[in-house]
Unconditional design. Structure first.
Length: 145
């Protein structure tokens, strides 16, 4: 919900909203999303302590810990177009053989890279995008001129 709603992001990050307003809005959203128990209590605690701008990072960190406990590693792939199911499956298999662990893949689309892929796994980044290759070629040609 956080990634897909600009209004929700504004609610969490803007100091204009009071803690009570944020709490009421979040309780209504959590109720609608059938979110309860520990997750709801955590969100309420974050809201009460006025730390809602950090909620997205906390969720990301929690997901990373869960993946690590399962023996998985998180990877983010950026492509110029949406990857097909076959490409996603092949990429997961290649990353699994390279890393030796199961891979949780999150994909995003950025048409500005023109083509190729940018893959981030932990602190490693493999940039095989056409945009980067063209920039490197431009720098190399300036050096020879």
């Amino acid at each position: 919900m956080l990634k897909s709603s600009a209004d929700l992001q504004r609610l969490l990050k803007s100091p204009v909203f009071s803690a009570e307003d944020q709490m009421q809005a979040l309780e209504a959203l959590c109720d609608k999303a059938n979110l309860a128990g520990l997750a709801l209590n955590f969100i309420k605690l974050v809201a009460r302590n006025r730390r809602l701008p950090a909620l997205s990072d906390a969720i990301t960190a929690f997901n990373a810990l869960v993946a690590e406990s399962k023996g998985e590693i998180a990877a983010e792939v950026t492509s110029a177009e949406k990857l097909s199911d076959k490409h996603t499956k092949d990429l997961k298999a290649a990353l699994k053989s390279s890393m030796g662990r199961d891979v949780q893949l999150s994909a995003k689309v950025d048409s500005s890279i023109l083509g190729g892929l940018i893959v981030k796994v932990g602190s490693k980044m493999m940039d095989n995008s056409l945009k980067t290759k063209l920039q490197n070629l431009k720098v190399a040609m300036k050096g020879t001129g």
